[in-house]
Design a protein. Structure first.
Length: 198
């Protein structure tokens, strides 16, 4: 009888230990899979913000300093639809004539072909609902002032709802190598519109 009890207890201990080993392997794998999924959504938003900023700069010679200004521009801004035709007076066929056919809204131009795109959700990090951080200004490069912008999302906001300790470990590992602990596009230190995932 005593032997049976010991065997049952040992079997339970083995099952608990097997589950703990399985969970210690499976937890980081699940975290990484969900991290990749959440990052993909944030990367798409940051690319959309970058696209809007680039057109804003073409129209205003500077980047939008906040998301409200950018969103208003995306909603209300108009881009001309231009048709280029060869100049009939040019025998070398190198000159063209630009003919404006009409105007299209900036949002339709950038995002009109995307299914399920909602402009009003662009400022918010998916799931967490926290707004993206955005900034714009100028830096001096080679004796010239250059316009710059940066839009970013911290991992604590991107990965909200996942294992807290694994989020802390990820942020610490990024800080240890002096990298931004999240995703960002652009830079306030140098003239770049690249994302840190590229």
């Amino acid at each position: 009888m005593k032997r049976k009890i010991i065997q049952v207890v040992l079997l339970l201990v083995i099952l608990v230990l097997a589950y703990l080993v399985y969970d210690s392997i499976n937890k980081p794998l699940n975290f990484n899979a969900k991290k990749v999924e959440k990052e993909a959504k944030v990367i798409q938003d940051l690319k959309d913000i970058r696209s809007g900023q680039l057109i804003f700069k073409k129209m205003h010679n500077e980047y939008a300093a906040n998301l409200d200004t950018l969103l208003q521009f995306l909603r209300e801004g108009q881009i001309p639809i231009v048709k280029k035709i060869p100049d009939p007076d040019d025998t070398t066929f190198t000159r063209t004539i630009n003919d404006t056919l009409g105007y299209i809204s900036v949002a339709d131009s950038l995002y009109g072909r995307r299914l399920h795109f909602i402009l009003d959700s662009l400022p918010y990090i998916p799931i967490s609902g926290v707004m993206y951080s955005i900034d714009a200004g100028e830096v001096e490069k080679g004796g010239l002032k250059v316009n710059v912008f940066e839009a970013s999302a911290h991992y604590s906001d991107i990965l909200k709802g996942l294992d807290n300790q694994l989020i802390i470990n990820l942020i610490k590992s990024r800080n240890d190598i002096e990298k931004y602990p999240g995703l960002k596009v652009g830079s306030m230190e140098e003239p770049s519109t690249d994302g840190n995932w590229e």
